[in-house]
Design a protein around this ligand. Structure first.
Ligand code: ADP
Ligand code: MG
Length: 296
């Protein structure tokens, strides 16, 4: 072809299913020497399912009531956990949002709050909510986390009402992608997640990742990236969520998982995976390196 090598690399990346936003990005992809992967929606498929619905003493509602309340509060959120909760309510034949929902707010890496039919509802990380749920919630949470579940606590008017266990499938190409990226950079990728440590380690072990940073807020992901970059590493961050956007921006190169990913992640990233396959990432890193060899 008569196209300059980086431009034809962009076209090639496009055929692989990765949209690089500029020739500079195409070049930077080949320069990375460390990779940080988000968990939910990046290493996993991002379509988690609610596997457990447990009410707590003092809830004054049954499992159906708990799920209906949580789904109403989560309805405005685009987070994969929120989608799972709404889907579970729908699939259980429950009315989705039978009440008026006002004052919705979502805190990246933490959860959501809303006033649902006059009741103040919080759904989110047991480690991050103002009320950790008390001892009963604590043992239910640990039990589920030990099974590799993501766990969210539901508070109703400040009272712990229940816990939801959520499980997401690993992407079929996750392990091969980790292996390929290790081969390309000479370093095993690191896992960055807002989820609990137990669930994160469970999943990391399945793909061969040992360096796991869990319970991270969006700014903690940025701090991790800056730490590596201050050591002279050029970091590739791969993420899908609103919670990943600051790290995608801070990284040498940020790549967003496009299909189920948040708009903010897609907008902030330097490149977007439009075909929903993780293995496209090592492919375009290799592509970029080949193109650079032609340029220099
Ligand atoms: P990850 O880094 O794995 O993509 P996030 O940072 O998006 O995860 O979320 C971290 C944790 O915050 C979740 O495991 C959950 O406990 C809580 N959380 C975030 N968003 C929501 C939500 N919409 N509903 C309930 N919990 C949430
Ligand atoms: Mg994510």
């Amino acid at each position: 072809s008569t196209m300059p090598p980086l431009l034809s690399a962009i076209a090639n990346a496009g055929r692989h299913g990765v949209l690089a936003k500029s020739a500079v990005v195409m070049e930077r992809l080949g320069q990375v020497d460390a990779v940080a992967l988000d968990k939910t929606g990046t290493l996993t498929e991002g379509t988690p399912r609610v596997t457990d619905v447990l009410t707590l003493p003092g809830a004054r509602m049954d499992e159906g009531g708990l799920l209906t309340l949580a789904a109403a509060a989560e309805h405005p959120s685009e987070h994969p956990i929120a989608r799972a909760v709404v889907r579970a309510a729908r699939e259980s034949g429950l009315a989705v949002s039978p009440w008026e929902v006002v004052d919705f707010a979502s805190v990246p890496g933490q959860g959501v709050t809303a006033v649902v039919g006059g009741r103040s509802v919080q759904v989110g990380s047991p480690a991050r909510l103002t009320h950790t749920g008390g001892p009963q919630a604590g043992s239910a949470v640990r039990n589920l986390e030990d099974q590799g579940r993501t766990v969210v606590l539901v508070l109703c008017d400040g009272v712990p009402a229940g816990v939801l266990g959520i499980s997401d499938r690993l992407r079929p190409d996750a392990r091969a992608t980790v292996t390929a990226l290790t081969g390309l950079t000479g370093r095993t990728p690191v896992l960055l997640t807002g989820d609990n440590e137990r669930a994160a380690r469970h999943l990391a072990a399945e793909v061969g990742i040992t360096d796991v940073r869990a319970g991270l807020l969006p700014q903690d992901k940025v701090a991790a990236v800056r730490e590596w970059e201050s050591q002279g590493l050029r970091v590739l961050v791969v993420g899908d969520g609103v919670n990943d956007a600051p790290a995608l921006a801070a990284a040498h190169t940020g790549v967003a998982m496009g299909k189920a990913g948040a708009d903010l992640a897609r907008e902030t990233a330097d490149a977007v995976v439009v075909r929903d396959e993780l293995a496209t990432i090592p492919a375009v890193v290799a592509l970029s390196r080949r193109a650079r060899r032609l340029v220099v």
